[in-house]
Design a protein around this ligand. Structure first.
Ligand code: FES
Length: 74
């Protein structure tokens, strides 16, 4: 999905930048120029950036399966 029409920045572009260590929204703006023209995308871009940062941090353990064995009475 295109978030910033002025600079053709997608939600995927923002997620990649966030997971690549972009530390703040201002740094994201420097890198992608998102929300630096008309500003209409600012709130949406901020939201996507924050969600991407949260998802990146919590995805470290994602995909691991823990097997729980029931205790058997002897
Ligand atoms: S739509 Fe992003 S600056 Fe205009």
């Amino acid at each position: 999905m295109i978030v910033c029409v002025c600079h053709r920045v997608s939600d995927r572009d923002i997620a990649i930048a966030a997971s690549s260590g972009c530390a703040s929204f201002e740094a994201l703006q420097d890198e992608l120029r998102v929300a630096t023209a008309c500003g209409a995308c600012h709130d949406c871009a901020c939201e996507v950036f924050e969600e991407s940062r949260v998802a990146g941090g919590s995805s470290l353990g994602r995909g691991k399966t823990i097997a729980i064995q029931p205790l058997l009475a002897a």
